[in-house]
Design a protein around this ligand. Sequence first.
Ligand code: ADP
Ligand code: MG
Length: 391
Amino acid sequence: MFAKKTIRDVELNGARALVRVDFNVPLEDGVVADDTRIRAALPTIRYLFEHGASVVLCSHLGRPKDGPDPKFSLAPVAKHLEALLGRPVDFVGALVGPQAEAAATGLRPGEALLLENTRFEPGETKNDPALAAALARLGTLYVNDAFGSAHRAHASTEGVARHLPAVAGFLMEKELTYLGKVMEAAEHPFVAILGGAKTSDKIGVVESLLRRADALLVGGGMGNTFLAARGVPMGDSLVEVEALDRARSLLDSAAAQLHLPLDVVVADAFRADASRRTVDLGEVPAGWRAMDIGPKTIAQFGEDLRSARLVVWNGPMGVFEMAPFAEGTYAVARALAESRATTIVGGGDSASAVARAGLADRMTHVSTGGGATLEFLEGKELPGVAALLDR
Ligand code: ADP
Ligand code: MG
């Protein structure tokens, strides 16, 4: 059940919508190098136009350190957005102030402008109330479509929502609907898959998913850490020592739910051209490291996924960036692609692995959030979501 109001629930005719988007895109030589995030905001922008609103867009881009820095200007994004929308998009070289206010109030229905990088203002990350109030003067309605920034209480994601009617855009709605299914454990069997490198960052997610999922499959660096916690010698594998205690206590309380690797592909160096072999548990040679899950594990995980109705996946099963160690990750991606389950993928590296496998459009939902997705799956309230009007 979607608990927040969206742009479908409010009067848009004649409204001036201040829309927080995620246009944090890579730039190369002043040109947008990957416009996935810009395209993702188009349905919301077009809907606002079609319903008689004008649109004032704002976003952060990168992490500028000390105020304005041309390297992080959103000007190239305005150009790119113009081409995608097929209509002019004014760029205002400021976030707030007289110039921004004049440009915003001058918009007619169906017109759009893009403001300068929110993080050029020191008040943004401090959630400065004065900056939030100044932003609020630019719209009659606030729309948050930047799920990936919703875990941060910044002026443009949280503070401003206190001053205007605040609703979700379509991208935000989609994220919360699918990730909400995970948190409600909406369908069973519900299988969660976790991997990747940041085990201590994700241990809260493990705990949260263990309360909801029927089975939790663990691979990648996280799998190494759980195996080590079980006493399996892991050689020089990536094992997070700080996470061992919590991993041990989860193994004690939820052993049956936790499915660990049965075999691993090991290498004698962290290199694509390293010597490699597949070994069973207990056979990782000293000085070698687990780089991927092995074929027995792939078969077992495939079996575990076969009957699933709901699957959430975060974290690659191995060092997929190196072709010899990508098979476990790609096999899981294929299993999800072929599954009839609702399949939800979160995490920057997991999303890029699915894209590399050419299977992104075979997933029900690939989340655009990194930290926000993890915090949501951990069960934390996201400030940028909490600030929106309840339905
Ligand atoms: P996500 O971005 O999807 O949340 P993470 O950032 O936690 O995922 O982890 C992704 C990284 O984990 C990848 O760069 C991958 O190479 C690395 N990784 C996965 N398995 C291993 C392993 N066995 N040893 C070392 N690194 C690993
Ligand atoms: Mg990552």
